[in-house]
Design a protein around this ligand. Structure first.
Ligand SMILES: Cc1cc2nc3c(=O)[nH]c(=O)nc-3n(C[C@H](O)[C@H](O)[C@H](O)COP(=O)(O)O)c2cc1C
Length: 212
């Protein structure tokens, strides 16, 4: 299927690939992922009640050092497919399983909402404990050349992502926000300690929970 968003995401990946990254594209349009029903089963053992395509996508993300989120703008927001996927990441956010990775976000739109969607996707990455290195949106506006014109910036974003993975730069503002989030999530990890001791111990090892 023709997707401008996938083309833009692929250009970011190509930029990272050019400087040595191994890349892997997960296209949510190819996957069957059920919406979260707030049953809270994942907070018991990290597993969802739905046996669908989510766990395999999650494992591929866990394997990566960098994450690129990409969505078209649908009525001033991310696509429904992306939102369903993000909701299924609630346990990954609470447990901070992606912490330490770097990431960036891209969006395409006809006219409006692109920057807001990039801002939201980068916010989700920060929620996951992922440090963001930037983002970009492209307004197509019936212009067949808009994507081609965005290619250098998309390549550069991919290169910046790989550079960050390599050099591990620190972003104090993001660190402060993520530390504040972790204080809240620590309460959840502590409350689940009896049935998820390995998560609790990982948080103690990371220094995110201090044992008395
Ligand atoms: C359901 C739907 C809602 C959309 N909402 C907006 C919108 O609010 N603002 C806008 O400028 N473009 C909107 N668009 C246009 C898409 O953002 C734009 O065509 C996008 O680049 C599509 O990406 P794709 O080629 O990967 O599907 C919408 C398109 C669809 C199908």
């Amino acid at each position: 299927m023709r997707s401008r968003t996938r083309r833009l995401a692929n250009r970011v990946l190509a930029g990272a690939e050019e400087v040595g990254a191994e890349v892997d594209l997960i296209d949510l349009a190819d996957l069957q992922i059920a919406p979260c029903t707030a049953c809270e089963s994942c907070s018991l053992d990290g597993k969802c009640i739905f046996a669908d395509d989510f766990p395999a996508a999650y494992d591929r993300m866990l394997d990566a050092d960098g994450l690129v989120l990409a969505s078209p703008v649908y009525i001033d927001n991310v696509s429904g497919q992306m939102k369903v996927f993000i909701d299924r990441l609630a346990d990954a956010i609470h447990c901070q399983t992606f912490a330490g990775k770097y990431g960036c976000s891209v969006a395409t739109t006809q006219v409006s909402g692109g920057d807001a969607v990039v801002g939201y996707l980068n916010h989700v990455l920060n929620y996951l404990g992922v440090t963001t290195v930037g983002g970009m949106s492209v307004a197509l506006d019936e212009n067949p050349e808009a994507l081609d014109r965005a290619e250098p910036a998309a390549h550069d974003l991919g290169r910046q992502l790989l550079l960050a993975i390599d050099k591990q730069p620190r972003y104090p503002e993001q660190e402060a926000e993520m530390a504040e989030n972790r204080e809240y999530f620590a309460g959840i990890v502590q409350a689940n300690r009896d049935w998820r001791p390995e998560e609790y111990e990982r948080w103690v090892r990371e220094g995110w929970i201090r044992e008395d």
